[in-house]
Write a protein that binds this ligand. Structure first.
Ligand SMILES: *[C@@H]1O[C@H](CO)[C@@H](O)[C@H](O)[C@H]1NC(C)=O
Ligand SMILES: *[C@@H]1O[C@H](CO)[C@@H](O)[C@H](O)[C@H]1NC(C)=O
Ligand SMILES: *[C@@H]1O[C@H](CO)[C@@H](O)[C@H](O)[C@H]1NC(C)=O
Length: 270
């Protein structure tokens, strides 16, 4: 194979009808989820190359607005809990991955919380997270953005005990797995407070560490704001690389739009 210098490659891409930027492709996993679909659609609106990893292509048809919902359309079927092997095609040729797979418990009619079979925090957030980091390293992915959760400094909390899943413990394992791969790729770990839908997007975003934001008493953040931040992290890799921070929001403040400043603030926490 002949090595191409960047300018010739740019010319070839331009002749082929794409832009130089279009060479970069982002993969969103958990893309049919509530935050994942917002990131997927937001990246498309920003004219980025974007792929989705989904368990159920039929669900993708409705949520992601695909027609064939196959690999030619950038929709890859895969189950992260089955290990890294089945993820190769989706991760190959991608510059950045957003991990938005997450366990979530469901409430039974009698009020008990349970995790679906195969969907426990251990399986999804730890084993599934590790599988994605493995696949990313093997594919030469340069950046991974992981949306995890705030609240991991308190062991055996209400959220840990919910459904007996120890979700925050296993989400921490997932974060550690990603950070352990930092010799190979850059990580950005976002740890939001309570995710909400029924809120006007465009709040003031606040960053912190070690759950210190609990003291603000402002413990919710709209999924649409998390999605805006994730997209900004992908678009500003030099500013968002190797950061791990808590995220919450102030519903009364003006919308955060300067994400460069937000990432600098997260870096300055240390
Ligand atoms: C869905 O896709 C169709 C055809 O590509 C397009 O016309 C329509 O605007 C899309 N809808 C949304 C909500 O993206
Ligand atoms: C609720 O229902 C589930 C499933 O039927 C059962 O395993 C559990 O023990 C019940 N919990 C209570 C508090 O009754
Ligand atoms: C990785 O992050 C560092 C900041 O910690 C940044 O300087 C560098 O450009 C990033 N590399 C990539 C490939 O995004």
């Amino acid at each position: 194979m002949v090595a191409l210098d960047p300018i010739r490659l740019a010319v070839i891409c331009a002749l082929a009808g794409g832009s130089v930027e279009a060479r970069e492709t982002f993969l969103v996993t958990g893309a049919t989820g509530r935050t994942g679909s917002l990131v997927y659609h937001g990246l498309r609106r920003h004219h980025h190359g974007v792929r989705a990893l989904v368990r159920d292509p039929e669900k993708a048809r409705g949520v992601l607005n695909c027609t064939r919902c196959d690999e030619a359309e950038g929709i890859f079927k895969g189950d992260v809990t089955a290990g890294p092997e089945g993820l190769e095609a989706a991760f190959h040729g991608v510059s950045s991955v957003v991990i938005l797979t997450s366990s979530f418990p469901v409430k039974l009619p009698n009020g008990t919380w349970v995790y679906p079979k195969g969907g426990s925090p251990r399986e999804v957030d730890w084993v599934g997270g590790d599988a994605q980091v493995h696949a990313a390293v093997r594919a030469g992915v340069r950046r991974v953005v992981l949306v995890s959760s705030m609240g991991t400094t308190q062991p055996d909390s209400f959220l840990d005990r919910l459904g007996g899943g120890y979700a925050l413990f296993y989400k921490t394992q997932g974060e550690l797995g990603l950070m352990s791969a930092s010799a190979h790729l850059n990580f950005t770990i976002v740890k939001p407070s309570g995710l909400v839908d029924d809120a006007p997007a465009g709040r003031t975003l606040l960053v912190g560490r070690n759950d210190e934001l609990v003291r603000t008493g402002k413990m919710s953040v709209p999924r649409s704001d998390v999605a805006r931040l994730v997209i900004a992290a992908l678009e500003m890799p030099a500013l968002s690389g190797n950061l791990r921070f808590d995220l919450t929001s102030d519903p009364d403040g003006p919308a955060t739009t300067d994400f460069a400043q937000l990432f600098a603030g997260a870096r300055a926490l240390w």
